[in-house]
Design a protein around this ligand. Structure first.
Ligand code: ADP
Length: 227
């Protein structure tokens, strides 16, 4: 599903690469946690996957798409395969829960009929039935993150990238969000989660990839993980 072969990314004239000859294979339907201290290269790695950044060298293949052959016109197809959620939710404040989720389908050119059939199902899946008409400011942090997750999965991506999704949440809401990610993973989506939360990492018992100074220093199932 995700394949990196000796990928290096050096920004501009930086002395050291942000990602340094990283090779990685993530299978379809895996749930992988990416950890590492600030500056380790996690965001860079995620940006390479979403094609916000291009590698300086090395090969990237995601969902059968070889990035070497990726033309700009194929980027929408790629973005369809990868849903992303962030620490700060990035919701549209003037739009309701329903509209925030529907917007992702509108810009994809879906008909109103399709949108009406799809959005309520996804809102239900993330546990927000009854909140369709609420605005983001009327929701808790955990609920806002659920909206962001609904928006990220509404086009049924093969991969969901969750970049510090619990960074702004208290422990209870954090764990609810992690459980939701696991549920989405059970439905068949590959999940790539970055987190600083050691408790979540240890509780999950999932594959944990540790980045340090742009290199993978550990790749193992959690439990033995310490920070
Ligand atoms: P993390 O997400 O693990 O905190 P980053 O991928 O953001 O790590 O950063 C890795 C390294 O790359 C850091 O040294 C950071 O300063 C550098 N870096 C990140 N983004 C840029 C950029 N746009 N331009 C130049 N250097 C960058």
């Amino acid at each position: 599903m995700i394949l990196l072969d000796r990928v290096t990314k050096t920004y501009g004239k930086a002395a050291k690469p942000a990602i340094n000859r990283v090779s990685l294979h993530i299978e379809p339907k895996e749930f992988v946690i990416l950890v590492g201290t600030s500056g380790a290269g996690k965001s860079t790695l995620l940006k390479l996957l979403t094609r916000e950044e291009k590698p300086s060298s090395g090969k990237i293949v995601v969902g059968g798409i070889d990035y070497d052959n990726l033309k700009d016109k194929h980027i929408p197809l790629l973005r369809r395969k990868i849903g992303v959620v962030f620490q700060d939710f990035k919701l549209l404040p003037q739009r309701t829960v329903y509209e925030n989720v529907a917007f992702a389908l509108e810009i994809a050119g879906m008909t109103n009929r399709e949108i009406k059939a799809t959005v309520p199902k996804v809102i239900e899946l993330v546990g927000l039935a009854g909140k369709e008409k609420s605005f983001p400011r009327q929701l808790s942090g955990g609920e806002r993150q659920r909206v962001a997750i609904a928006r990220a999965i509404v086009r049924q991506p093969k991969i969901l990238i969750a970049d510090e999704p619990t960074g702004n949440l208290d422990p209870r809401h954090s764990w609810d969000i992690v459980k939701l990610l696991e549920k989405i993973n059970r439905y068949g989506t590959t999940v790539l989660l970055t987190t600083h939360n050691v408790e979540i990492v240890n509780k999950l018992k999932r594959r944990v990839i540790t980045l340090e100074h742009g290199k993978i220093t550990s790749d193992q199932v959690s439990g033995s993980y310490k920070q």
